[in-house]
Design a protein around this ligand. Structure first.
Ligand code: SF4
Length: 208
């Protein structure tokens, strides 16, 4: 049943970046590589093999399967750290500089929600590790982020169930970095929408 389809954690990141991108990938099954996705894939391949390591007393689980029955959510954590005093911290490996990006935070929060349900612990922070700068950015898993993430789970589920038309194209600064630029043609879509709107505005109603 479509209602029972799990939502992938990666789809939350896609939706948070651009709802249209999420629909193109997870409903239309379109996916293209570009230099950004190739760099991202390289970043993940380094964390993709499941294994356990220890560093300074911290157990690090790589490629750990994650799920939430409550949210019907599933995915995989690049790295989950288990600290000796009990803290559990999901860490996402990203290409690019260590700047704040909401879609990364949503992805981490979804991982935290899964870990809390799976392990019965409280996860208060996550981290984004930049392979470019080799530094990490701490992300607080606060109430606002939790609410936003759960809302996005519901929105992605609606997109997966293919309700309604494809979300509109953004045609903004996010598009040049999007791997779906060629498939989406946002400038053409937006220009077409504007043309249709002005046609409606300037079409006089028929005389009675
Ligand atoms: S090209 Fe722009 S509008 Fe189209 S899917 Fe990508 S980010 Fe969204």
């Amino acid at each position: 049943m479509e209602d029972d389809w799990p939502v992938l954690i990666s789809a939350l990141e896609h939706y948070s970046y651009c709802p249209r991108q999420c629909a193109l990938i997870h409903v239309e099954r379109i996916f293209d590589e570009n230099v950004f996705t190739l760099r991202g894939r390289y970043a993940h391949e380094r964390a993709d093999e499941a294994h356990t390591t220890f560093e300074n007393g911290v157990r690090m689980e790589r490629a750990l399967p994650l799920w939430s029955n409550r949210l019907r959510l599933q995915g995989r954590g690049d790295v989950v750290e288990f600290h000796p005093e009990g803290r559990v911290i999901p860490v996402e490996y990203k290409n690019g500089p260590r700047r704040e990006r909401r879609h990364d935070d949503v992805q981490l929060c979804a991982q935290a929600l899964c870990l809390e349900e799976m392990l019965g612990v409280s996860v208060e922070t996550g981290a984004v590790y930049s392979l470019q700068t080799r530094r990490r950015r701490e992300v607080r898993i606060g109430d606002e982020l939790r609410e936003e993430t759960e809302e996005i789970v519901a929105l992605v589920r609606a997109v997966q169930q293919n309700r309604g038309p494809l979300p509109p194209a953004l045609n903004d600064k996010r598009c040049p970095q999007c791997s779906l630029l060629d498939a989406c043609v946002p400038a053409t879509v937006v220009a077409g929408r504007h043309a249709r709107l002005s046609q409606q505005l300037y079409t006089l109603p028929p005389e009675h």
